[in-house]
Design a protein around this ligand. Sequence first.
Ligand SMILES: *Cc1c(COP(=O)(O)O)cnc(C)c1O
Length: 413
Amino acid sequence: MLEQIGEIDPPQRLLMGPGPVNAHPRVLRAMSADLLGQFDPEMTAYMNEVMALYRPIFGTENRWTFLVDGTARAGIEAALVSLVAPGERVLVVNFGRFGLLLTEILERVGAVVETVDAPWGEVVPLEAIAAAVERFGPKVVATVHGDTSTTMAQPLDGLGDLCRRAGALSYVDATATIGGMEIAADRWGVDVVTGGLQKCLGGPSGSAPITVSAAAAERIFSRRHVEHGIRRDDIDDGLGVRIGSNYFDLAMIMDYWSEKRLNHHTEATTMLYGARECARVLLGEGLEACFRRHAAAGRAVAAGIRAMGLTVFGDDRYRMTNVTALYIPDGIDGEAVRRRMREDFEIEIGTAFGPLAGKVWRIGAMGYNARKHKVLITLGALEAVLRAEGFSSIPPGAGVAAALAAWTDSATA
Ligand SMILES: *Cc1c(COP(=O)(O)O)cnc(C)c1O
C-alpha cells in the first residue's frame, strides 16, 4: 500500500486565488517545533504571548484576544453562538457569500434574522445600516469586513457607535482582511472580530484569532453554563440563556485562556505556534508597511488587468486591496483558463460563487504572496494562457508592464 500512498510531496503551486495562499516559510518552520503539554508553563506563556501579539493586529486593547481552534468559520460560529440566544433579533449586513454564511449560522442558533443588503460588487451605506437598526431593534449586528466572494470591503467607521446607541453588540468577520487591511476594533467600536490565518496573515487555515470587548465578554459570561467542568445551577436554565455549543462556548474557551486555565479542549499546539509566528512576521514588517504592500499588489493587479483590455469587477471605491475580481471575456472558457494556469504555470487563481459563478475570476495577492514578482509572474502567465485560449487582442507584455509601473508608483507615493 505504501508504494501507492507515498510521503507527502505536493507540487510547488503559487496560490494566487482568494485564499488559502502559500504560508510564510517562517510560519511553516515554527509549526515543526516540538509539542508541549497544554498546561506546561512554557505553553501557557506562549498563549499569553499570542494574546499580546494579536491586540495590535486587531487594533484593540481588549483583554480577551486569543485563538479559537478551527478554521475561520470556527471563530465566526463561536462568536455568534456565544453572543446570540435563540429568539433574539440579529441584523446581518449582507453584501456577499459570507453575509449569507452569517445568516445561515444565526438561523441555526434560532435567532430572528433580518438582513440589510447590497448587490454583489457594492457595500451597504452606513445610513442604511442605521435605519435598519432603528427599525428592527437588534440585539446584535453582524457583518463581514472584506467579502472575498465580491472583493468588496465594507466601511466600518461609525458602526460601533450606532450599535451601542441602539443597545446592540456588533460582530465583524475580518478573515479576509486581517493583516492586509487595517482592522481597528477599538476605533470602529465593534465588540467581536474574528479572523483566520490563511489569507493576509500568511499561515495555513486552522486557527481563528478573535477579539472580544469587555461588554461582549460580560454578555458571554452571563450565559456561562459550565464552570470547572461542572454545570452551574445558579443561572436561569431556560432556553435562550445557555450557550448552545460546548466546543464553541466562548465562556469556556476564555476560562481556558484566563489565569484560571480551566480545561476545555486541548489547545492545538502546532496551530498556535503557526499563529504566533504569523503575528511576529506581520509585526516585524510593521502593520502600515504590510498594508502598503497589499495595496501596492492590489493596484498592480488591477492595472495589469486593465492594460490587458480586461475589466475589473466591482465598485472601485470599496474594493479590497488584496483580492481582485475580473470579468471572464466573452467566448473564453473560465475553467479552461484556470486549468492551463495550474497545469502549465503551477499557478492557482480563483473561480467564483453564486451570481458571479462563471462570470469572474478572482486573483488574490495576500500575505507571503503579496509580492511584486508573484504578481508579475501571474499576470504574464494569464496573458499567455488567454492568448492560447483564443483571446488575442492583448497588447504583448502590456499587463506586466502596467503592473510594474503601478507597483513603482505606489512605492514612491
Ligand atoms: C476565506 C473567508 C472565510 C473562510 O473561512 P474558513 O473556515 O477558514 O474556510 C471566512 N470569512 C471570510 C470573509 C472569508 O473571506
